[in-house]
Ligand binder design. Structure first.
Ligand SMILES: Nc1ncnc2c1ncn2[C@@H]1O[C@H](COP(=O)(O)OP(=O)(O)O)[C@@H](O)[C@H]1O
Ligand SMILES: O=C(O)C1=C[C@@H](OP(=O)(O)O)[C@@H](O)[C@H](O)C1
Ligand SMILES: [Mg+2]
Length: 179
């Protein structure tokens, strides 16, 4: 299948894990924005946040998304959870990709997954669940605004999410062919 798909969602929703497996299943090139940014910045995201701050990170994220959105050719793109915060990024997602999928998960589920994770700078706080709830309150409407489809399940497994995402892309591609 030839498609340009982007995955959005909260940190821990599975964008990186599901995106990689989805790309493998559909035999499409895979790009993870955070992995690319770590290569460009020459350091980990967490380290970069600590040394240069979130705003500097967001500028690099915006520049990379603009570059990726201007390319053509099939791709599965896993974004970082905060990419939807800037309107210019939401516009790039809308214009640069055929399909944007929102991997939705509740703050409580995300907390269970990320309890021992030290790589997400925004969650290295005293009350990470409170932070996740606050991020979710602000971002859930933005993910919904930018995505055509919401991929969710009460008991999601990575395999289940990959299947749901693949099905959604097949349906979108078929609808496009009929038009
Ligand atoms: N649906 C899921 N069910 C259980 N664990 C998951 C699921 N999605 C992701 N994970 C796990 O949660 C962690 C964060 O996933 P990741 O793909 O890095 O999320 P994101 O890129 O959205 O921040 C990883 O350890 C991953 O294996
Ligand atoms: O939610 C966020 O603002 C961020 C999420 C991270 O990516 P994941 O969503 O893959 O964790 C990474 O881009 C950075 O730490 C900021
Ligand atoms: Mg990720």
């Amino acid at each position: 299948m030839q498609t340009r798909c982007a995955l959005v969602g909260m940190p821990g929703s599975g964008k990186t894990t599901v995106g990689r497996q989805l790309a493998r299943r559909l035999q499409l090139p895979f790009v993870d924005m955070d992995q690319r940014l770590e290569e460009v910045l020459g350091t980990s995201i967490r380290q970069y946040f600590e040394e240069c701050g979130e705003a500097a990170f967001r500028d690099h994220e915006q520049a990379l998304l603009a570059e990726l959105a201007a390319q053509d050719g099939p791709v599965v793109l896993s974004t970082g959870g905060g990419v939807v915060l800037r309107e210019v990024n939401r516009a790039a997602l809308r214009t640069g990709f055929d399909t944007v999928l929102y991997l939705r998960a509740t703050p409580e589920d995300l907390m269970r997954r990320l309890r021992h994770d030290q790589n997400r700078p925004l969650l290295q706080v005293e009350d990470p669940l409170g932070r996740l709830r606050e991020l979710y309150r602000v971002r859930d409407p933005l993910y919904r605004e930018v995505a055509q489809h919401c991929v969710e399940s009460p008991r999601p497994t990575v395999h289940g999410l990959v299947s749901m995402a693949a099905m959604q892309l097949e349906m979108t591609a078929a609808a496009r062919r009929r038009r």
